[in-house]
Design a protein around this ligand. Structure first.
Ligand SMILES: Cc1cc2nc3c(=O)[nH]c(=O)nc-3n(C[C@H](O)[C@H](O)[C@H](O)COP(=O)(O)O)c2cc1C
Length: 317
């Protein structure tokens, strides 16, 4: 927990300066999220370096009550040495803290979740009642959507929320370099499976934390507008965002004409990315876009689990 809510941005800025001094040399990649009076620190790197860093951070008076909520060895998911997010959520520290304690308890009982899943459970939990009944409430379809044009991706999420008579969850993050890391998402049931559709802004594709979540998405829906410059610019951003990630989503394209699909498929192939055309339609036609996407989801089957094995030392004796 943060020791003081005063000057949180200045505190994070000071932590950022220290981290830029140390992390790269240690081979450490880190993400720091501040939400509801808590810090979430996602650290990857050589075991000794990570242990030494966490010991140093544990004694930092800017926070207290450090809890480890995930521990594993494996490939890197975090592509940059530092990125941070200051979330404007108004949820109380106590409500957020209840989820921290819950995750810690589950870990001690031998149940832990993928790092991305831990962060989602803390910062943006799935609240659909029908997902809660399941053994793994994190096993839901996740589809990211990004537009080459204006607001088409955010409009699609808003349209889906209206259709399901539910709310859009808006996230406006202060990123590490004042980038507009906007994300809106909506949760709903589709053919008996929980789904989350996440609209992301183009600039947020450069954000280390956003990129670290991309391996978790089986698909990224791209809404092309038929303007070679804008569509090509989005593809360039996607290629850069996917660099150095262990897995990357398959690209699902919607475009207003067949020539755009051909151009985008060629760019994807040149960058070694999977591209599938979902059809020719206006990216602004949310009902038509959703219709082709839901057919795609119907073929995808059940969403995968987010449960990972817990290493011995973390199990409650
Ligand atoms: C929640 C939290 C996360 C931090 N993350 C890092 C980090 O990833 N890397 C780092 O070097 N320092 C991090 N710090 C700061 C360290 O605790 C420590 O102040 C700093 O590394 C000291 O280095 P300096 O004396 O060169 O500034 C973090 C502090 C807090 C409170």
């Amino acid at each position: 927990m943060a020791s003081s809510a005063n000057g949180l941005f200045a505190q994070m800025e000071a932590i950022r300066q220290s981290s830029l001094r140390h992390n790269a040399a240690l081979g450490v990649h880190a993400v720091l999220i501040s939400q509801s009076g808590w810090f979430i620190h996602w650290v990857e790197g050589p075991g000794d370096a990570v242990r030494a860093l966490l010991a140093r951070v544990r004694n930092d008076p800017r926070h207290h009550s450090q809890r480890v909520l995930h521990h594993s060895r494996g490939v890197r998911f975090v592509p940059t040495t530092w990125s941070m997010v200051l979330s404007p959520s108004t949820e109380s520290a106590a409500d957020f803290g209840a989820r921290v304690l819950d995750l810690r308890y589950m870990m001690e009982q031998g149940r832990q979740f993928a790092p991305t899943s831990v962060i989602r459970r803390l910062t943006a939990p799935m609240r659909l009642a029908m997902a809660q009944d399941r053994d793994d409430p994190e096993a839901y379809h996740r589809v990211g959507v990004c537009s080459a044009g204006a607001n088409e991706a955010f409009d699609l999420v808003r349209w889906l929320a209206q259709r399901h008579d539910t709310v859009v969850h808006a996230r406006r993050y202060a990123g590490e370099t004042d980038m507009d890391s906007a994300t809106d998402y909506v949760d709903f049931m589709e053919a008996g499976e929980p789904c989350r559709m996440i609209a992301i802004s183009r600039p947020s594709l450069q954000h280390g934390m956003r990129r670290a979540f991309l391996p978790d998405w089986p698909w990224l829906l791209l809404l092309f507008v038929g303007d070679a410059r804008r569509d090509g610019a989005l593809m360039d951003r996607i290629r850069d965002a996917f660099a150095n990630l262990p897995f990357t989503p398959a690209l699902l394209g919607v475009a207003p004409d067949a020539a755009t699909h051909e151009r985008m498929a060629a760019m994807a192939q040149a960058a070694d990315l999977r591209y599938e055309s979902l059809g020719v339609m206006s990216p602004a036609e949310s009902p038509a876009v959703w219709q082709v996407l839901r057919l795609h989801l119907a073929q995808a089957g059940t969403p995968p689990s987010s449960v990972w094995a817990v290493p011995e030392p973390f199990l409650a004796g």
